[in-house]
Unconditional design. Structure first.
Length: 312
C-alpha cells in the first residue's frame, strides 16, 4: 500500500474508532460536569449496551444478515430500545449508589463508582458467561469503493465504517443541539455551573442530574451496539478498556467540556490507530497516556477546557 493510501486508510480507521470513544467520553464528561463524579462504571454501561442489543437481536430471531426492509425497521428499533435500557440502568445506578453520597467527601462516591463497575462486570459475567461472544453479523458488509463505485484501490471503506459514522456523529451533534438550544439543556448547563443558584431560580437540580445520567447511559448503550455491529465480538471485561480510553479522551479534551470530550475521543482514536500501525498494539496505552501527560503539562485543563475560576 502506498504511503498516501496508508494515511487515508488509517484516517478512516481512526475516525471510526474515535467516534465510538467520543460517544462514551461524552457520558463521562456530562456526569462530571453536573455532580463532579468520575463515573468509573460508565465503561461497563457501554459493555452492557452491547450485551443488551445482542440479546434483543437474538430475541427477535435476527441472527442473519438483514435485508433492506429489516434494516429499516429493526435496526432503529433495537438502537432505541438499547439506549432506553442502558439509560435507565445508568439512572438506577445514580439513584442507588451515588445519590445517597451527594454530600459525602469526594473519595467516597469515587470508591462507590469503582464498586459499581465491578458489580456490573460480574453481572455480565453471570449473564453471558466468561467466553468471547460472537455478535451476529446482521449488518451487510461490503467495500464501497470496489462494490459500489467499481474502483480498484488499496483503501477499504466499508459499509460498517459508514454505519459507525452514521450513528455516532448525529448523536454527538444532536446532544450538542439539545444542550445548547433547548430549555432542558440550558437548565442542565445552569446546574453544572452553580447548582445552588440554579435551585434558587426554580430549576429542579435532582431532575437535571437524572436527565444527565439517563442521556449519558443512552449514549454509552448506543456506542456498545455500534461496537458490536462493527467488530462482531464482545467480552464481559471490555468495558474496562473502552472506559479507560474514553475517560482519557474526556480528560484530554477538558473534563466537563462536551466539545472537548468529543474532540478527545477522536484524538485518542487517531493516536491508537497510528500506534497500532507503526509501533505495536501492546504499546498503544503507553503512547496514549504519554501524549495525555504531555498535553496536561502544558494545558492542565485539557485541549478545550477552561481553567477553574479562583475562589476568594
Amino acid at each position: 500500500m502506498h504511503w498516501s493510501e496508508l494515511i487515508i486508510q488509517q484516517t478512516i480507521n481512526g475516525l471510526t474508532r474515535g467516534a465510538i470513544f467520543a460517544c462514551i467520553a461524552l457520558g463521562y464528561t456530562m456526569v462530571y460536569g453536573i455532580i463532579e463524579l468520575i463515573n468509573f462504571a460508565h465503561g461497563d454501561i457501554f459493555m452492557l449496551g452491547l450485551m443488551v442489543s445482542l440479546t434483543l437481536f437474538a430475541a427477535l430471531g435476527l441472527a442473519h444478515t438483514l435485508g433492506p426492509w429489516e434494516l429499516l425497521i429493526f435496526m432503529p428499533l433495537i438502537l432505541v430500545l438499547t439506549m432506553l435500557i442502558t439509560g435507565f440502568l445508568n439512572l438506577a445506578v445514580d439513584r442507588i449508589a451515588y445519590r445517597p453520597l451527594r454530600r459525602a467527601p469526594r473519595l467516597v462516591p469515587l470508591i462507590s463508582a469503582i464498586g459499581v463497575s465491578f458489580m456490573l462486570e460480574n453481572l455480565a459475567l453471570v449473564w453471558k458467561g466468561p467466553y468471547v461472544l460472537s455478535y451476529p453479523d446482521v449488518f451487510p458488509s461490503f467495500d464501497i469503493l470496489r462494490d459500489v463505485f467499481h474502483l480498484e484501490s488499496e483503501i477499504y471503506v466499508t459499509s460498517k465504517d459508514l454505519l459507525v459514522i452514521g450513528v455516532t456523529i448525529p448523536l454527538i451533534f444532536g446532544l450538542h443541539f439539545f444542550v445548547t438550544r433547548t430549555f432542558w439543556g440550558k437548565a442542565m448547563r445552569a446546574t453544572a455551573q452553580d447548582p445552588e443558584t440554579a435551585a434558587a431560580m426554580g430549576i429542579d437540580v435532582e431532575r437535571m442530574i437524572m436527565l444527565t445520567c439517563f442521556i449519558g447511559g443512552a449514549l454509552a448503550g448506543a456506542a456498545g451496539m455500534v461496537h458490536g455491529l462493527y467488530y462482531n465480538i464482545g467480552q464481559w471485561w471490555m468495558g474496562y478498556q473502552a472506559g479507560l480510553r474514553a475517560f482519557t479522551a474526556a480528560v484530554l479534551g477538558g473534563i466537563g467540556n462536551m466539545p472537548g470530550a468529543a474532540l478527545g475521543g477522536f484524538v485518542i482514536g487517531f493516536l491508537s490507530t497510528w500506534s497500532d500501525q507503526y509501533i505495536s498494539a501492546r504499546w498503544t496505552n503507553a503512547v496514549v497516556f504519554s501524549i495525555l501527560i504531555l498535553v496536561l503539562v502544558f494545558r492542565p485543563h485539557g485541549l478545550l477546557g477552561e481553567p477553574a475560576p479562583e475562589k476568594h
